[in-house]
Design a protein around this ligand. Structure first.
Ligand SMILES: [Ca+2]
Length: 204
């Protein structure tokens, strides 16, 4: 089978530094839309978009606070839908950089995991008692474990502000990734006018 990605040219685009459509010093989604003809002229088949979701930007947007809304630095959900429409017109494929191995500690799941240690969201993340943590190091330096109180720690492969999601499938529960998609689907249904393309494209 000759899939398009076997020979396609992918342009990895970091929105923040690509093109600033409203000249406020920050590249944005409308800037990408403005430059689609340029990308097409380059012979690009697909555009890989760096994360554009709401984020405190402790790791350039890889610390996602809300997977269903666009970071206001880059524009709006409407801007994103417009970009997708214009890409489709030009037969440009879209690759979304979907960050599923961790969330921002500002994500509502993590906030609930902290505020209700016996609630269901605690199990989305990797928490351990002080006596059970190991000497794992974060790729960003220092311990991979961060305390939330005198006895409990959570695991972060990258920045302290990026808590790892538990991705190991267990017999008694769905893997967290499936929960991410289930949750997104439920919200997507509730907001069908918004982000029409985002999750559907990402899930394919
Ligand atoms: Ca801008």
């Amino acid at each position: 089978m000759n899939n398009w990605w076997s020979n396609g040219i992918v342009y990895h685009l970091y929105i923040k530094s690509f093109w600033d459509s409203n000249q406020n010093g920050i590249g944005d989604i409308n800037g990408v839309t403005e430059k689609l003809d340029y990308l097409k002229d380059l012979g690009v088949d697909a555009v890989w978009l760096s994360p554009f979701f709401k984020s405190p930007m402790r790791d350039n947007g890889y610390d996602v606070k809300d997977y269903l809304n666009v970071n206001e630095l880059f524009g709006s959900n409407e801007d994103l839908n417009q970009l997708f429409k214009e890409m489709k017109k030009r037969d440009l494929k879209i690759i979304i950089d979907l960050v599923l191995n961790h969330t921002s500690i500002e994500h509502e799941w993590f906030q609930k995991a902290i505020s209700d240690p016996t609630g269901p969201y605690r199990d989305y993340y990797i928490f351990k008692d002080k006596n059970n943590i190991n000497n794992a190091r974060s790729l960003f330096g220092g311990s991979a474990w961060e305390a939330v109180d005198h006895n409990h720690y959570y695991y972060h492969t990258f920045a302290i502000e990026q808590a790892d999601l538990k991705v190991v499938a267990r017999l008694d529960t769905k893997p967290t990734h499936q929960k991410v998609f289930d949750k997104a689907d439920a919200l997507h249904a509730a907001r069908s006018k918004e982000l029409t393309s985002l999750w559907r494209l990402a899930a394919k």
